[in-house]
Design a protein. Structure first.
Length: 101
């Protein structure tokens, strides 16, 4: 017996109505931009902390230089991505502000 995505979504929604605690299908599939941004910023901060931690470990003689370079490179990529997204959001906002009413 094969279930397609629509049948599965309908079954999930029926269970949600009965249980009352599970989120509705529409809410579960709705993208949460604020949550995505918060998660991306948390991951960027985590990468920055990992780079700093690796640098401290190599200064103490507990880690290899390769680990430090890898961690700092990952932190740099994460920071550059966050800056690029920020710049695109600012550009989009400025473009919206230039639109005639």
């Amino acid at each position: 017996m094969a279930l397609d995505a629509l049948k599965a979504a309908e079954a999930y929604q029926a269970v949600a109505r009965i249980g009352g605690e599970a989120p509705r299908v529409e809410e579960a599939l709705k993208p949460d931009f604020g949550g995505l941004v918060t998660q991306a910023l948390a991951e960027t901060g985590g990468a920055m902390k990992a780079g700093e931690s690796a640098a401290m470990h190599v200064a103490a003689g507990d880690a290899s230089l390769v680990d430090v370079v890898t961690a700092i490179s990952a932190a740099e990529v994460a920071l550059e991505t966050a800056i690029a997204v920020r710049n695109r959001v600012i550009e989009a906002y400025q473009e919206i502000m230039r639109m005639p009413i």
